[in-house]
Design a protein around this ligand. Structure first.
Ligand code: SAM
Length: 314
């Protein structure tokens, strides 16, 4: 039996993000500066399955697999297949930097993956290299093509703009939404330090609308507001966690790669449920307790950090 679990603020929790690794093959400038090569404990596919099954009993209907970079795991398709086999889970999506997507797109589709979000902060080779530390833009573009071929749709590209770094490339990214049936979404830079430099780099959703005045609001889906324009095949999305907080509508929790559950991205607090992995009833009751600990909202706007968004799962 499914119990739809509400948190203390009446929000129904239906969306689980699972970070399957802390490892990443890129080193994006805004993602913190911890050692990417450091290997944290990662659960086996069957362990994520058992935990996701318990979450499904608590009302989770959508799972997004993320990281670190989820495609650095050789068993990623098996993780997708197992989670997709849970009847209550209606959608399984994945967020990736796209570097290994050409290799995995078809296998992931066969495993039951519904859609992918691909991070792409610039279409310019040298800016991309500067932002990620790797000369792999071409591979990512081929990964996007392959995701389209495999019908991992809707394909969404996620870009984080930073003033004076890649903000002048916004028009080129928007062009992708014009020419292809792809949604290009701009996510506001969430702070990664307390020193305030991120505030100077922030490009807000409102600034993007000011610059690209031909964009017309169509609808909101989850955390994104979507805009269309004449002759566009895809859409432009704005996700503004810093300037337009959407915590009152937050329906998600995050499972970290080592079996801890984080009720909110904005805080360090994470609760270990691995000890209960072989007792579904106990897992369900622990999950319910954790959901009740979900805070009212993040406080990024006060300069609070993302507390290792990349390393513990984006
Ligand atoms: N490696 C995968 C990828 O690159 O998509 C998944 C993890 S990554 C942390 C998930 C998303 O979080 C990416 O789209 C990335 O751009 C975004 N992200 C990371 N740090 C961010 C920050 N400080 N502010 C806003 N978005 C951020």
């Amino acid at each position: 039996m499914i119990t739809y679990v509400k948190d203390n603020f009446g929000r129904e929790i239906t969306y689980l993000r699972i970070s399957v690794t802390q490892r990443c093959n890129l080193n994006c400038v805004y993602c913190g500066k911890e050692d990417c090569a450091k290997k944290a404990e990662e659960l086996l596919p069957e362990e994520y399955y058992k935990i996701a099954k318990a979450f499904a009993k608590c009302g989770i209907k959508k799972v997004r697999i993320t990281g670190g970079e989820p495609l650095v795991r050789f068993d990623i398709a098996e993780i997708v297949r197992l989670i997709r086999s849970i009847p209550e889970i209606e959608t399984v999506a994945l967020t990736t930097n796209g570097v290994y997507l050409k290799k995995y797109a078809k296998e992931l589709k066969t495993a039951g993956l519904d859609s992918v979000n691909i991070s792409l902060d610039s279409t310019d080779g040298s800016t991309y290299r500067h932002l990620t530390g790797a000369d792999v833009l071409q591979r990512v573009m081929e990964g996007i093509d392959e995701a389209e071929n495999a019908e991992l749709t809707p394909i969404k590209l996620n870009a984080v703009l930073m003033k004076g770094v890649n903000s002048d490339g916004a028009g080129e990214l928007i062009k992708l939404a014009k020419e292809r049936k792809i949604d290009v979404r701009f996510i506001e830079l969430m702070p990664f330090s307390n020193e305030g430099e991120d505030a100077d780099l922030l490009v807000t959703g409102d600034e993007i609308l000011e610059e690209f005045q031909f964009l017309e609001y169509t609808k909101s889906e989850g955390t994104a507001k979507y805009y269309a324009a004449e002759g566009f095949m895809g859409r432009v999305g704005l996700i503004s966690p810093v300037t337009h907080k959407f915590c009152n509508e937050c329906n998600r929790v995050r499972l970290l790669c080592d079996g801890k559950v984080k009720p909110c991205l904005g805080y360090d607090a994470a609760y270990d449920i691995l000890p209960f992995i072989n007792d579904e009833e106990k897992l369900v009751s622990e999950i319910e307790k954790i959901i009740l600990k979900k805070p009212a909202g993040h406080n990024f706007e006060k300069g609070n950090t993302t507390h290792g968004l990349n390393r513990t799962g984006g």
